[in-house]
Write a protein that binds this ligand. Sequence first.
Ligand code: PMP
Length: 480
Amino acid sequence: MALRWQLLKRTVDNAKSALRHNQPGISLSGYFSTSPSFADAPPRLPPFDYQPRPYRGPSGDEVLLKRKKFLGPSLFHYYQKPLNIVEGKMQYLFDESGRRYLDAFAGIVTVSCGHCHPDILNAITEQSKLLQHATTIYLHHAIADFAEALAAKMPGNLKVVYFVNSGSEANELAMMMARLYTGNLEMISLRNAYHGGSSNTIGLTALNTWKYPLPQGEIHHAMNPDPYRGIFGSDASLYAKDVQDHIEYGTSGKVAGFIAETIQGVGGAVELAPGYLKQVYDIVRKAGGVCIADEVQTGFGRTGSHYWGFQTQDVIPDIVTMAKGIGNGLPLGAVVTTPEIASVLASKIQFNTYGGNPVCSAGGRAVLNVIDKEKRQSHCADVGPHLIQRLRDLQQRHDLIGDVRGRGLMVGVELVTDRKNKTPAKAETAVLFEQLRELGILIGKGGLHGNVFRIKPPMCFTKDDADFLAEALDYSMSRL
Ligand code: PMP
């Protein structure tokens, strides 16, 4: 086994330099002649007509040293040899040597429309040339225009927008509103959820890897309605009953609110059992609470079938939080709620210095325009099922793939060493993760056990990219 790995590593290392610029016409089959089982050429990145600028900055090794010296010890990086990514263009990234990678993770789902999208760049630079400071104390059209455009994307009476700078801030604000509005304290979130790393949102977050042992502040974690791993399979009502039980037996009978991602992101692209949110929203509202949808990863058309993830469950929340894709990489977040709920914040000064600053507002508005202009939602509805089908085909041939799930371009592939017990294939996931990078694919890794590939590329990801990804996974898995 060790010898096979050494051989594979050597052949991939050799192939790497040839793959670097993905020059058409380079045959890689010669690199794989060291062993008969490695005879197939590795799959190649789809062509892309773009030349990155020559990079003259510090090397990855130098950056790593500096990070270790000057940045917090909690900072982690992907890959045994961390990548020094210095340029991005649409769904591709370039490292310091100019090697191109397919970005299947979009900088943790932050880049919705593509790296350095020209329309968004243009909006940001034009606004930067004119004015950038925190301007809610003066008038500026950018924040008002952006709020109007965002409100137009919301259903029901979700018409009041607050801008913040991150997902954690958005969820902090949502939780504060829920508590003030209802007069209750207790919140319910789901196990396996991620809602942020700030001191309050870490209480909502239920993934132990991310959670510091701090007081959780009146938060209950309900059973995760995970159709693959959950003990009730896809039976939404049994999971919903757990929320009812928390309220009945764990609280005074009243709650401030319930929050859930509509597809769990960090938790490994877990779709909630169909019909779950409808039942839970009823239960929570009867207990005096409000319902919060965390759309930090699922919003803006990524699911393909809908613009917002909550629409896949046919509900309208009372508060919606968003970040990441809303800014195509800009530090930007938002909370949208009803005028009635928003009114509770009017009793004090509610202020966020950078929330809705002109540059981020101009950029955010450009993101909304690009998603519409380039029909990114329907693109996700087209490419997503193609990718999922390719991955399900692989599942037929590789026992390691326990589950393929997701919607649109929010996809999870869960690896298990045996399908019956669903034993997480942690080591195999880690090895394949490195292999995919060697082949030119940057993917996400997550789930409670770190055994889920998270595929959430920029929404300009194509069917050719999907084929390449599936072929690379097949190629690597066949050699495990
Ligand atoms: N909610 C969800 C669903 C997230 O995935 C994240 C970030 N991974 C957050 C909230 C927190 O966002 P941020 O890191 O911008 O604070």
